[in-house]
Write a protein that binds this ligand. Sequence first.
Ligand code: HEC
Length: 100
Amino acid sequence: MHMRMKFLVATALLLPAAAFAADLAKGHRVYMQHCANCHGPGGMSVMAGTPNLARQEGLRQPDMMLLQTIKAGRRGQPPFMGILSDPDILDALAYARTLR
Ligand code: HEC
């Protein structure tokens, strides 16, 4: 019974993430082309004022919030609306979340 409860809770937590299935290979390509010149190829920022994604800086919030910020731009973060599609940005974010 205990194990089964654990399984059900884990499944429930995973369900919202399944709404968007990230393509990490594409995310890697998008990240290298559009994000790495500031955030660094490995997520260690190479530009002053840029969050270290490898330390999860700026990443402790839902992807849908980050998607809006990246589309609209904010201070040193350039706007990507019209440059990258929503799925491309979400894939790049999924890839950025794997960096350590
Ligand atoms: C020209 C440099 C530059 C590029 C290119 C760039 N960023 Fe950023 N990014 C920044 C800076 C600077 C900030 C901090 C913005 C601020 O101070 O509000 C930031 C912030 C962020 C944050 C944190 C947002 C928050 O709410 O704290 C994330 C996540 C992020 N960028 C991801 C990306 C992704 C993904 C890409 C590629 C699609 C990208 N960035 C491209 C410079 C850049």
